[in-house]
Design a binder for this molecule. Structure first.
Ligand SMILES: *Cc1c(COP(=O)(O)O)cnc(C)c1O
Length: 498
């Protein structure tokens, strides 16, 4: 069963937690009790494919789903049409203690595909189980990346329509084409004359509009969201922590039971939290290293015990980590304070009212045992890309480069020689301007458009352009609607036929 981090809701089944997305009275769903795997059970998964690990790990959390249902979700998500690598999440060895876990082989070239290719199928089943006859409308406001991953994940899933709003002229040309060229009978991408906040606020207003939700219910629709506050998006991420460990065992890089580190480029704290759950289930993890860019709220928090979002928001070359409120930290704090909902309520109220909270010494000590944290500034990030390319012949994207730099600092500070897996969260081609600038200098970019930059990066690295970004300029544009901010609700009505 699943419970609320704020102790304000009844226990629900896994399928209800996934269908509801978030606790309706505020708070996030977490498992009431965590399943575990013994050392033998973990070792038994060696030599088996990614899909088998996914079935094994996820079924422990989904008791109200049948094995064949879980199997069906796994096969629809993790196959050769969706991922351009048979291992789904292969491991690259940089040196005797550093490995990159490539989580970007899915259709949109970022790690979010691993969850968003699977979660729509779980949601679809969850609706069936609840006997919900209504159709679901997923509304997404995006600054670029999440929109495309959600469109691809929900495309052609029965009973669901997905509508993505993005700022007109506010996303890169590649990102825009990725979205406007999406096919599928149930996908909609709408450009809004406004910025990302306009999109996000309008979508939030629609979610809070009780009158509108009644009208939708009358037309047999309910609203849902696709971001990482939904347990269904977190769970598929637990799997690749196990797979990475098994991969190291299979290659005899580690011995059974050996503890390893994971470095996670972090924004909303979803990915690293999935790693924490893997550790709690029995995976031998030494440290989870939380890597931030210049928006280093989390580094400061893990070092001081004070979470303070009252600071300047910085735009960096790793935009998916430009975030000052990490939603999934709430789940982590609930877990390490032994399910103390009272503390969570206190901290989250303080965060809402003052933008800050501080945790007690006991909680701080519990955090320090498992988490190490650090950050990288812009110059460090770009020079990390250059360094790894020049010395290791391996190309990092900007987010992964933040992770690498933070690992170097951690290594220098601690001397910890544990084998370390760095989560590579995006393909370098997804952030090709910054990556090309890092290896060739800023002047090299002049006169090249985004497509020229992709080609040039491919030529220099001798790696083909990621399939999700290839030939984009030749794809037909299927979504052309541009609307004003105040027309967002009307667009939803029009698309849903209300
Ligand atoms: C979303 C994202 C992140 C941050 O992941 P969280 O789960 O939000 O912490 C890091 N890197 C890339 C490329 C992303 O798209």
């Amino acid at each position: 069963m699943y419970i609320s981090t704020r102790g304000n809701f009844e226990e629900v089944t896994a399928s209800e937690a996934i269908r509801l997305g978030m606790v309706p009275t505020g708070g996030l769903f977490v498992p009431a009790e965590l399943p575990s795997l013994s050392r033998e059970e973990i070792l038994e998964m060696q030599g088996k494919p990614y899909q088998e690990t996914a079935r094994r790990v996820m079924s422990l959390f989904l008791p109200d789903f049948l094995p064949e249902e879980i199997n069906d979700c796994v096969e629809k998500a993790y196959n050769e049409n969706n991922f351009d690598h048979a291992s789904i999440a292969p491991l690259f060895r940089l040196d005797s203690h550093t490995y990159f876990l490539e989580l970007w082989h899915g259709p949109t070239a970022a790690f979010k595909d691993i969850a968003l290719q699977l979660m729509p199928h779980l949601l679809s089943l969850a609706l069936q189980k609840a006997g919900v006859k209504r159709k679901i409308a997923i509304l997404v406001a995006t600054s670029g990346d999440t929109g495309k991953a959600a469109l691809e994940g929900f495309k052609n899933v029965p009973g669901i329509k997905i509508i993505v709003f993005y700022p007109y002229g506010g996303v890169s040309r590649v990102q825009e084409l990725q979205m406007t060229a999406t096919d599928g009978f149930n996908t909609y991408a709408v450009a809004v004359r406004g910025n990302f906040d306009d999109c996000q606020n309008s979508v939030k207003e629609i979610f809070a509009d009780e009158e509108f939700k009644k009208i939708l219910a009358g037309k047999s629709y309910e609203l849902s969201s696709a971001n990482s506050i939904n347990w269904g998006r977190l769970l598929p991420q637990v799997v690749y922590y196990f797979r990475a460990y098994l991969n190291l065992l299979e290659k005899k890089e580690i011995i059974p039971g050996e503890r390893i580190n994971f470095v996670v480029p972090t924004g909303n704290f979803g990915n690293i939290l999935a790693g924490w759950y893997a550790g709690r289930m029995g995976l031998p993890i030494n440290k989870l290293i939380c890597a931030s860019n210049e928006n280093k709220v989390l580094t400061d928090f893990f070092q001081s015990g004070i979470y303070d979002r009252n600071r300047e928001f910085k735009q960096t070359s790793s935009p998916s980590m430009d975030i000052l409120i990490s939603s999934n930290l709430e789940r982590f704090l609930f877990e390490i304070s032994n399910h103390c909902a009272g503390k969570i309520n206190r901290w989250m109220t303080a965060l809402k009212e003052t933008g800050r909270f501080d945790v007690d010494t006991g909680t701080r000590q519990a955090m320090e045992q498992i988490i190490a944290a650090g950050f990288a500034v812009e110059e460090e990030t770009l020079s990390a890309i250059e360094e790894v390319f020049e010395t290791g012949g391996y190309l990092l994207d900007t987010h992964t480069a933040v992770g690498f730099k933070v690992y170097q600092k951690y290594l220098a500070a601690t001397g910890d020689k544990s084998k370390t897996v760095i989560c590579a969260t995006a393909s370098p081609f997804k952030f090709s301007s910054s990556v090309l600038q890092a290896i060739k200098g800023k002047d090299y970019l002049s006169g090249k458009d985004e497509f020229g930059i992709l080609q040039e990066l491919s030529r220099l690295s001798k790696i083909p352009v990621h399939p999700g970004l290839r030939n984009l300029e030749a794809k037909p544009v299927l979504h052309r609607t541009v609307c004003e901010r105040k027309e967002i609700k009307a667009q939803v009505e029009k698309i849903l036929g209300i």
